[in-house]
Design a protein around this ligand. Structure first.
Ligand code: PLP
Length: 409
């Protein structure tokens, strides 16, 4: 045996990814400012210059979440780790958790509850519909020993927004803690953690924050940190134990794990860009671009999955037109236009597309590219369409909905 026996069978080479336009359910396009931030010199994770940046990163996250929670920081791991972190810290085996399921991610919450020894009381709503507050109220009445209410604010599998404020109000009335999944909503739709009284919240870097995947911003109220501090049983995860992480992300700065320094520069830059733009402007921009995309898609006769009032501007789930090979459309968009859109999940597989307009992907040039590319692909596949109608509809829509005046586009 020599080391050469383990050589790759195909000669390896440098990987140059193509320049795609990402209009699926995440990741979204990353701004060059974020990419260059990540290419800056690597620092030690305990370097005082780095820890100063961590403090600023936490304050930018507090702005994005609209909270004063001290325990607000990015977890090293994708959104799923942020999700697991909430459940593993807050659940002691035997705890009852009411979980709202109206899509893929609510179902994952149930998995989390059960794997950590909790008892899940499931409140089901149809895919494409928001969580029904009355059902939640009824479930909490029937289960007065419930400790936590968990729900997905923006369900990425269907493009529906649930009323987080009202759900938190109901939970509070029943003396329950709340866990909110805001992976797709943070930066794209209004979130007011303190005002709404969300106890535990997690998000992801690669959706409306437009940073590469791999980090999960989280924030915990004092009620949660007290609960975790006073647990008799150790948290069933060493890596995700809030009490231990507090040592690193808090003031003592003791080594816990090696933070992904360069990835954190990227998140810092993307949060800085969101701060410079302003949350209100970002929310309005997401709405405006949704409205223009919708106007264009309607010229193809395409219909949305979700009723207008509950729609997420950053995730447009639409039915595939009858007689169209949905996979072939996505293949052509990717090959001919470098444009990625999302397919349906679960019951919606093969039936819908998901157009993501998240963060930096939510901009005029992307809407126009997408509509023009679709028009050509549909025409090539035999659909009879009036040339340029989709783009014109979008332009008219933009003219009718000027952006409220503010700093950037
Ligand atoms: C994307 C997503 C997740 C999972 O995030 P990952 O970064 O893929 O682990 C969780 N919840 C929702 C609502 C999401 O959209």
């Amino acid at each position: 045996m020599t080391t050469n026996d383990f050589r790759p069978s195909k000669e390896p080479s440098v990987f140059y990814p193509p320049q795609r336009v990402l209009m699926g359910p995440g990741p979204s396009d990353t701004h060059s400012r974020v990419l260059s931030a990540m290419a800056r010199p690597t620092l030690g994770h305990l370097d005082p210059v780095f820890t100063e940046m961590m403090e600023e990163l936490k304050s930018l996250l507090r702005y994005s979440f609209q909270t004063n929670n001290l325990m607000t920081f990015p977890v090293s791991g994708p959104g799923s780790v942020g999700m697991e972190m909430c459940f593993v810290n807050m659940i002691v085996p035997g705890d009852k958790v009411v979980v709202c399921r109206n899509g893929v991610f609510g179902a994952r919450m149930i998995e989390n509850v059960e794997r950590h020894g909790g008892i899940a009381v499931v409140v089901d709503d149809k895919w494409g519909e928001p969580v029904d507050p009355q059902k939640v109220e009824d479930a909490l009445k029937q289960n007065p020993d419930t400790k936590i209410l968990a729900f997905v604010h923006a369900e990425t599998s269907t493009g529906v927004l649930s009323d987080a404020k009202l759900l938190c109000e109901i939970a509070r009335r029943h003396d329950c803690l709340t866990i909110a999944d805001t992976v797709t909503s943070l930066g794209g739709s209004p979130i007011y953690v303190d005002e709404w009284g969300i106890d535990a919240i997690y998000s992801g870097s690669q959706k409306c924050l437009s940073c590469p995947p791999g980090l999960s911003p989280v924030s915990f109220s004092e009620r949660v940190t007290d609960l975790v501090k006073n647990r008799k049983e150790k948290v069933h995860s060493w890596f995700m134990d809030l009490n231990l992480l507090l040592g690193y992300w808090g003031t003592t700065r003791t080594y816990h794990h090696t933070a992904p320094t360069n990835a954190l520069y990227g998140l810092h830059e993307s949060l800085l860009m969101l701060y410079e733009e302003g949350l209100d402007h970002s929310w309005a921009r997401h709405k405006r671009n949704y409205s223009a995309l919708k106007a264009g898609l309607e010229t193809f006769g395409m219909e949305y999955v979700v009723e207008e009032q509950y729609r997420l501007p950053q995730l447009n789930a639409v039915h595939v037109p009858a007689g169209i090979d949905e996979k072939e459309v996505r293949r052509r968009l990717l090959e001919q236009y470098n444009l990625e859109i999302g397919a349906g999940l679960g019951d919606f597989a093969g039936k819908i597309w998901r157009f993501g307009l998240m963060g930096y992907s939510s901009r005029v040039e992307n809407i126009l590219l997408c509509l023009n590319a679709l028009e050509t692909v549909f025409s090539d596949m035999g659909m009879k369409l009036e040339q340029g109608a989709a783009e014109s509809a979008a332009h008219r829509n933009y003219a009718d909905n000027p952006m409220p005046s503010s700093s950037s586009d």
